[in-house]
Design a binder for this molecule. Sequence first.
Ligand code: F6P
Length: 341
Amino acid sequence: MKVGILTGGGDCPGLNAVIRAVARRVSEAGGECVGFLEGWRGLVRGMTKPLTLDEVEPWLGRGGTVLGSSRTNPYRDPDADLPRLRRNFADAGLDALIVVGGDDTLGVAARLVNDFDLPIVGVPKTIDNDLALVDFSFGFDTAVNVVVESVERLRTTAESHRRVMIVETMGRSTGWLACFAGIAVGADYVLVPEVPIDVPHLVSALKRRREAGRNHAIVLVAEGARRPDPDPGAPQPEDLDPPRPGGVGATVARAIERRLDVETRTVVLGHLQRGGAPTAHDRVLATRMGLAAAELVLQRRLGTVLTLRGGRIGDVPLDSQALAVRPLDLAFYQDAAAFFY
Ligand code: F6P
C-alpha cells in the first residue's frame, strides 16, 4: 500500500508529529509513505519526499512542517492544475492521500472527493481552533502558551510604565486564541470577532481598574475583532491581497488614548503564535490524529475526515458541510469577562 500525505494552509506545531505517526502506522502495515511538498502545490507539480521511519523518527517535537506548506488551491486554475494533480496522483500510484489542513485545504480535498472520488482522508488543523470538526486542534495549545509567555513578559514592562498594553493575537474570524489566552493570563479585557468592540465599555473598565489602584492593564485583541471606527484613510484588510487582518490592535490603542489619560503600547504577536516546538498536549493529540488517519486508510474508510469530541477521535464524511467554521462559544468569553473591571 502506498500512502501520500500533504500539509496545507497556515503551519502549526504538531504537523510533523502527525506525519511521523502516519508513516509509523503505514510502515507497520507493510506500506510505503510519501510526502507531497508545500501543500497542494506538491501534488500539482509532482514534488515529493520519501518518508522512511529513520527520516521521520526525530520529528515528534519539531515545529512547523518538514514537507512545507502553501495556500495553493488547484481550483483557482482548474483547467491547468486539476489535470496535473490527477496525473501526479495516478503516476505516484497512491492508494490513498492524507490531507492535513484547515477549511481551505480540506475544502479542496472535499471537492476532489466529490468530483473525482479520490481516496482522501482529512486531518483538521488550525491554530485558530475554529473548525467545528474538533473540540480542539493540535497547535492551538502551543499557540495559547506562546501568548501566555509573551503576556507574562509584557506585564512587567506595562507595570513599570503604568501603561495599557494592547496585545494583538491571531484569529482571522474567531476569538478562541484571544479568549483562552485571556483567561490564562487574567487579561483585563479581551476583544474577539464574535463580540463587536464596545469602546465606551472597554474604556470604563480600564478607568475602573485605575480607580481601584491598578496602574497597568493587559488588553488582548484578536486580529479579526471588528474595528470600532476604521480610519477612512487606513488600508482596510480587504484592500490587501490576500485579504489580511491586522492593525486592529493599534486602532484600539488610539481609541483608548483618545478617551483616557493613559499611555498605551501595541504588540502584534503574529507568527510567533505559529512557531516553535509543540507542547506535550499537542504532541499527544497530533500523534493520536496521525495514527487514526492512517487507521482509516488501512480500513479503506476513505472520503472521510477525523473528528475529536470529548477526547475521542471519530470520523465523518469529508464534505463541505463537515468543514463549518466554529465561532467562539460565548460561555468561554463570559468566563474571561468575569475578570474585567
Ligand atoms: O489561519 C491561521 C492563521 O494563522 C490566521 O490566524 C492568520 O491570520 C493567518 O493564518 C496568517 O496567514 P499567513 O501565514 O499566510 O500570513
